[in-house]
Design a protein around this ligand. Structure first.
Ligand code: SAH
Length: 205
């Protein structure tokens, strides 16, 4: 089923063999409620509790491809959710720092990932303020719909680094920022997607 999913992603124009191989290695069914296990390898989003969804495999693959990973990068992920995207990033050979603002999801994923052999640094907190302690990051990926691009994420990115973030309220335009200097960013935009919103305040203390 995973092999079939990889072929679907290839037919939808995911081109990176490394990304396709990473998706092919992650057992997606482990990240879903057992009632959805049968559907794990369809290209669909599913509920993961607390009104959140695991992203479509295509979206995960597309965002991962936009990160242009070579392995060894330090990646900050906003929106840990089920941990599926985290696992794909780890399969790409990166070091992952991931933030989730829903306490229930944070705890569930924190216990699930190591059981599957996936070691990432996870934090319960607010993605709008990033994770200063381990900055700067080579890459930052936001997996919730952001109404705007948070300044903290721009400043926690290394020069030469890449930020991938879906920007917008009802629909989000997939946006890539390449950091040229402390104040200078090159921007690229792609298709529109629909993410759950990146929410403010809840975890802010
Ligand atoms: N990468 C996840 C996608 C989950 S959906 C996966 O593969 O399953 C987006 C996630 O972003 C949700 O879990 C949601 O709770 C979280 N989120 C929303 N606003 C956030 C914020 N301000 N900071 C951190 N996480 C946030």
């Amino acid at each position: 089923m995973r092999r079939r999913l990889v072929e679907v992603l290839r037919s939808k124009d995911i081109q990176s063999e490394e990304v396709l191989a990473a998706v092919g290695r992650v057992p997606r069914h482990m990240f879903l409620d057992s009632s959805f296990e049968d559907h794990a390898y369809q290209n669909k989003a599913f509920p993961i509790g607390e009104d959140q969804t695991i992203s479509h495999p295509y979206t995960v693959a597309f965002q991962t491809e936009l990160l242009h990973l070579n392995g060894g990068e330090k990646v900050l992920e906003i929106g840990t959710g089920s941990g599926y995207q985290t696992a794909v990033l780890l399969e790409m050979g990166t070091k992952v720092f991931s933030i989730e603002r829903q306490n229930g999801l944070f705890h569930r994923t924190k216990s699930l990932l190591p059981k599957m052999g996936y070691i990432a640094k996870l934090k319960y907190g607010d993605g709008y303020i990033g994770w200063e302690e381990f900055a700067p990051y080579d890459r930052i990926i936001v997996t919730a719909g952001a109404p705007f691009i948070p300044d903290a994420l721009k400043s926690q990115l290394k020069i030469g680094g890449i930020l991938v973030i879906p920007v917008g309220r009802e629909k989000q335009v997939m946006t890539v920022l390449v950091k040229k200097s402390e104040s200078d960013f090159e921007t690229f935009t792609y298709d529109a997607f629909q993410f759950v919103p990146m929410l403010e305040d809840k975890a802010r203390r």
